[in-house]
Ligand binder design. Structure first.
Ligand SMILES: Nc1ncnc2c1ncn2[C@@H]1O[C@H](COP(=O)(O)OP(=O)(O)OP(=O)(O)O)[C@@H](O)[C@H]1O
Ligand SMILES: [Mg+2]
Length: 398
């Protein structure tokens, strides 16, 4: 008789895979000096970069350190500054009053990075955008709405081991008696960036919601929106990384968002899928509107991702997309880069790499694309903040 061992074989394969995952993560971890604790490295900035980020001169920072308005920075034994952490940069912003926060009357920016097509770079864009904005001094919450937990992973967690279902959106979405989402918001190693992580259990919410909505309880599609409203006062920007499917979670994300960023690689397959995504989105907007759950987006932007401009077909498609989408397409393009792959293989972002994995040029180029994309998105939401729109006009951005 044949001997079936399916379950034990799959279990053994899982155990071996998780070992690899843990080893990969360890490449992104550090042990803090003088401590046994393994953690993620927070970014550090030179005085020049710090001055840029704070919006004051290096001399002004040194003066503030001398006269005690700022603490003295840590130095190596030879007396060299070891650089400022993001927490120190943010403390300086507080002292100098240069935080770029929204005014309480400006609307919270809730950006869905959405496309039902898989693998287009949603999670990559979400994490890099979140870290970039936190570095600029905004108070950011990244919400991983995908049970695959890719963003959670890029923030250094192994979703199935480090995260339990109570740490995710799941309890809030299913339990309508809960009034605040704050239980799920956790600090991260990146000052100014908070995370609501995801793990596989979030997939159950997809099913449960669908079943309940089928019994005509469609107001459940409002739960994420209500959850975000319960934590809104603490943040300037919320970034939503949804799963690659038109399910109840994705609909909840669309309902909660007030801005939509659509990553699209300039290939025929991805472009075609994105066209279907637009059709489905259009239908869903209609269905939600009928149920008194309108989707109100302040801006919609397409972002070309994973672009390889060496390929003539991709160049051509990029041009077609620019003509087609006009001002709804970001000018900056996120090119395909080995550094992005290399960073994600260490469960981190390119912003966290201490040094290039490939070459300095590749790394610098990649940072240039990322910063250009993220800065353009930053301008988009600042335009929706009356207190900032004025400043942008003064800066000549408009
Ligand atoms: N610009 C890029 N250059 C190189 N690799 C990239 C780039 N963008 C994304 N990738 C890689 O492509 C893969 C898919 O990216 P990502 O997980 O961000 O896509 P996604 O749209 O979130 O996928 P899913 O639909 O499964 O949620 C990852 O391995 C990521 O490292
Ligand atoms: Mg993803």
């Amino acid at each position: 008789m044949e001997d079936f061992q399916t379950a034990s074989t799959v279990e053994a394969l899982y155990n071996r895979s998780i070992d690899v995952v843990l080893k990969l993560r360890a490449r992104g971890d550090v042990t803090e000096e003088g401590s046994e604790e393994v953690s993620r490295r927070s970014p550090r900035f030179s005085i020049t970069r710090t001055a840029e980020l704070v919006g004051r001169t290096g001399a002004a920072i040194r003066d503030a350190e001398k006269d005690g308005r700022l603490p003295n920075v840590a130095r190596t034994q030879s007396g060299r500054r070891i650089g400022y952490t993001l927490a120190e940069v943010n403390a300086m912003r507080a002292v100098f009053g240069t935080q770029p926060w929204r005014a309480p009357s400006d609307p919270l920016s809730i950006i869905a990075v959405q496309n039902f097509k898989g693998g287009v770079g949603k999670s990559t864009v979400s994490v890099h955008l979140a870290q970039y904005l936190a570095t600029q001094g905004y108070r950011v919450c990244l919400i991983d709405c995908d049970s695959q937990g890719s963003s959670t992973m890029m923030m250094g967690y192994v979703p199935d081991l480090d995260i339990s279902e109570e740490d995710t959106l799941y309890p809030f979405i299913r339990n309508t008696e809960m009034t605040s989402l704050s239980y799920a918001v956790r600090e991260t190693h990146w000052d100014g960036l908070w995370l609501i992580p995801a793990n596989l259990r979030l997939y159950s919410a997809e099913y449960e919601l669908a079943a309940q909505i089928a019994r005509s309880d469609h107001m459940l599609l409002n739960r994420l929106s209500q959850g975000i409203a319960s934590i809104a006062e603490h943040f300037d920007v919320i970034i939503l990384d949804p799963p690659p499917a038109l399910g109840t979670i994705s609909l909840s994300v669309m309902r909660a968002a007030n801005a939509l960023l659509i990553p699209v690689p300039p290939t025929v397959v991805d472009f075609t899928s994105t066209t279907s995504f637009l059709a489905m989105l259009y239908e869903s907007i209609g269905v939600l509107e009928e149920r008194d759950l309108p989707i109100n987006l302040r801006w919609i932007r397409f972002l070309a991702t994973r672009a390889d401009e060496q390929k003539s077909m991709q160049r051509e498609l990029l041009q077609i997309m620019r003509n087609l989408f006009g001002e709804n397409m970001l000018r900056a393009v996120l090119r395909d880069s080995a550094e992005i792959d290399n960073a994600s293989a260490r469960m981190m972002s390119v912003y966290e790499l201490e040094q290039p994995v490939t070459s300095r040029e590749t790394y610098q180029r990649c940072l240039t694309y990322l910063n250009a994309v993220n800065a353009e998105i930053e301008t988009q939401f600042r335009l929706t903040w009356p207190s900032h729109a004025e400043r942008l006009r003064a800066e000549g951005v408009l």
